[in-house]
Design a protein around this ligand. Structure first.
Ligand code: AFD
Ligand code: MN
Ligand code: MN
Length: 430
């Protein structure tokens, strides 16, 4: 095992040939920002401190309900997934955390797994439980619900699984549990809409009681799928209601793809922050539903507007502000390493653009009701090409200026195709 799966020489050779152009572009952007009263190096330092976790499940090819087309050399266990996550972090330098999913990532030796990650310069972020699928050795089925099930033994099994995830999380250094349930109904009348939320909150309170004092539990809402008539935690309202009843250590997680089309997600972010309940994000993009497309690939402006609210929240922390940032994507037609590098760069880029918004000018224009000036102030930041800042931050931390060129030149995936066992066909995860 090595902390650097990609040859360090390859990275430095590539950086050497790209650095002259980068210096020129960075200097030009620096002059432009200076005229706006912004020190480019300070923005670069903010970018260096910015991190977004990658999901262990995103390292493999996803699939649709119809098919999965495997990629030769994709990972089939958590050890191989960690190695791929190490490549992403080595080249991009903005993804130090890995968010694991249980039981998909179960191993016998969690202390060993934590060391394995540390040797790659990685840490474990939020642990994700899974009560939306039945496992081979499982006694109760989740076919008609888990934490909200009408069957007490099923609720109990779901509670115990979530507590097991907390126990695993303690061993691997995590401090957060993300709970997403597929519970819901497909037919009007199938369940009582009020009582199923009562059962969910009651069962989840037993998970909450098992949280260590310095842990946060994050509830992830999702409008529909797998249930197509109603979902128990369908929206931020249900999520907030549950989080407020459960207690201070319970917050809401916003997955960008889990809303109806055209919903104003940045306003949801502002509302949750106001309530002190903004726990974290699953970044991805969507055109129609929970598409799990690469972050910013469809609507980068929305992602920027979300970060604009996050920077406002940071400046006005209210009940505390410490959200965790994660990617949650399904890569069906690309190499997942390339998609996550591209997504992480897009996410960090939206963060950087939000940081350079002239906040004084914006709030002055808002107070004066100068609509056009407020809009143009925001747009000036969005229109700024922050690429040189991101590239310089990567270079200074030992990452790759041209991560795509280096990754492809390394022939990493081709090598893994020789070493790793082939993945079967079959449906992917949704
Ligand atoms: C779901 C949710 C949730 C879950 C994942 C599993 O977004 O984050 O962990 O997909 O596939 O849609
Ligand atoms: Mn998600
Ligand atoms: Mn999803």
């Amino acid at each position: 095992m090595t902390g650097s799966p990609i040859s360090i020489d390859l990275v430095s050779q590539s950086n050497a040939s790209a650095s002259e152009v980068l210096e020129d572009e960075y200097a030009a952007l620096g002059r432009k920002l200076e005229r706006r009263g912004i020190a480019i190096d300070a923005i670069k330092d903010r970018v260096k401190d910015f991190g977004v976790a990658v999901p262990s499940w995103g390292a493999g090819r996803g699939g649709t309900r119809f098919a999965k087309f495997p990629l030769a050399g994709e990972p089939t266990n958590i050890h191989e997934k960690l190695e791929d996550c190490a490549v992403i972090h080595q080249l991009g330098k903005s993804t130090p955390g890995v968010s694991p999913h249980f039981p998909w990532d179960c191993v016998d030796d969690y202390a060993g797994l934590r060391e394995e990650a540390a040797a790659y310069d990685l840490v474990f972020d939020a642990v994700n439980s899974n009560t939306f699928q039945d496992q081979p050795d499982q006694v109760q089925t989740y076919a008609t619900g888990s934490l909200s099930s009408t069957v007490e033994a099923t609720r109990q099994q779901a509670i115990e699984h979530n507590i097991d995830c907390i126990e695993i999380g303690k061993k691997i250094g995590s401090k957060r549990l993300t709970v997403w349930v597929g519970d819901g109904t497909n037919f009007p009348g199938q369940q009582d809409l009020g009582r199923s939320l009562d059962r969910y909150i009651d069962a989840t309170s037993h998970v909450y009681d098992a949280l260590p004092a310095d842990w946060t539990m994050m509830l992830e809402h999702k409008m529909f799928e797998p249930a197509f008539y109603s979902s128990v935690i369908a929206d931020w309202g249900s999520s907030l209601m549950a989080a407020q009843e459960l207690g201070d250590q319970c917050k809401c997680l916003v997955d960008l793809g889990h809303h109806a089309p055209n919903v104003n997600i940045e306003q949801i972010v502002a509302r949750l922050h106001r309530a002190g309940k903004l726990g974290g994000f699953h970044f991805n993009d969507s055109k129609y539903g929970d598409d799990d497309l690469d972050s910013g690939s469809i609507n980068p402006h929305q992602l920027f507007l979300v970060f604009n609210e996050l920077i406002e929240a940071e400046r006005n922390p209210r009940e505390g502000f410490d959200p965790s940032y994660m990617i949650d994507q399904s890569h069906n037609v690309t190499d997942p390493i390339e998609s996550m590098l591209s997504s992480a760069e897009t996410i960090a880029g939206c963060f950087a653009r939000a940081v350079i918004v002239d906040r004084e000018a914006l709030s002055a224009a808002q107070n004066d009701n100068d609509v056009m000036l407020a809009f143009r102030t925001l747009r000036a930041a969005y229109d700024t090409d922050v690429g040189p800042i991101l590239a310089k931050a990567r270079e200074e931390q030992g990452g790759a200026i041209d991560w795509l060129g280096v990754y492809r030149a390394s022939k990493y995936r081709e090598r893994k195709a020789q070493e790793r066992k082939a993945v079967g066909l079959g449906a992917g995860i949704v």
